[in-house]
Ligand binder design. Sequence first.
Ligand code: PLP
Length: 379
Amino acid sequence: MKLFDVYPLYDVTPTRAKDVYVYDDKGIEYLDLYGGHAVISIGHGHDLYLEFLTNQMREIGFYSNAIKNPLQNELANAIGEQSLCHDYQLFMCSSGAEANENALKLASFVTGKKRIIAFKNAFHGRTSAAVAATDNASINAPLNEQQKVTFLPFNDEKVLEIELKKGDVCAVIFEAIQGVGGLDEPLEGFVYAMDKLCKANNTCLIADEVQSGFSRTGTFFAYQKYNIKPHIIAMAKGMGNGFPVGGILVNSSIKAKYGMLGTTFGGNHLACTASLAVLKVLKKQRLQENAENLGKYFKENAKNIPNVKKIKGRGLMLGLEFDFEVSSLRKELIYNKHIFTGGSSNKNLLRILPPLTLQKKHFDIFFQRLKEALKAINA
Ligand code: PLP
């Protein structure tokens, strides 16, 4: 049987990986500055992660959400402690799109309204409401047009106020640092305005932390650069270090009702264990602090790279914007310099999303090989 061919593929076949390195079927070592789309948080094949998951697998891997699973409570407490989001409740699912889907649905339940406000260049996933709130017509099917979504630019408080005052908006969903869109961020004043306007207009503010959450940006969640309290926070990617796990944190002002949300796979024993291992390693190895420091190191050193127009992002969610399209540079980096990097909907932007265990020496290797790659593609 053939695969349903929806992904253009790079011609590399990884067969094993350790920490920040991936090895292909020919034994070639690649420096992983992409973490499989920001998923690898504590490094590939971390010993504690392997130990936790292997032990859990031997005990029980899965059972129904209709039966008690104390690992979910343990995880809720651990997330609360590490994120400092104490007055929130945890609902678990299995992916980023699902987290946003549940967040949007919940916002609609609690406000009784149905229009969504999202932002230009936003990416929130590929399922029903999540894809409708994604600013990319080419991945929306006619079916997805049933959702009412208004896309606004970041930083225009007036237009946001006009839309919210119409009284039909259930949720404003935003990324504190846009991922797929290309690392743009709203201004601080606009973030506070969003928070205030949502509260004044009975609208839920949803922070999509699917890519930026779990310590990647130097704070536990990227929105925590500001003193705001979103109603709902969506999480996934780095939460499981490759095990499919997602979830939402729901502010305690929102009351749960039986049947409101549900899932078969979400929050199973293995998913909870994967995420508990991630939290333990993040804390023990002080990876949030490492992300913050390395982000600064990267920004300082990236200034010396020729052709760089802008250095974007923070922590280990970074982007280099060039004065040309980067697809041939990415190919040169993978095939000849053996470094994985990412692209974005901004075709001039190279995305850097490594495991949070990265060290300065790895960025030194990157800058050296990047300079060589730039020379090679310009030759
Ligand atoms: N939200 C953001 C900010 C993302 O970057 C992504 C994936 O790239 C998603 C949601 C969707 O996550 P998933 O692919 O796990 O459904």
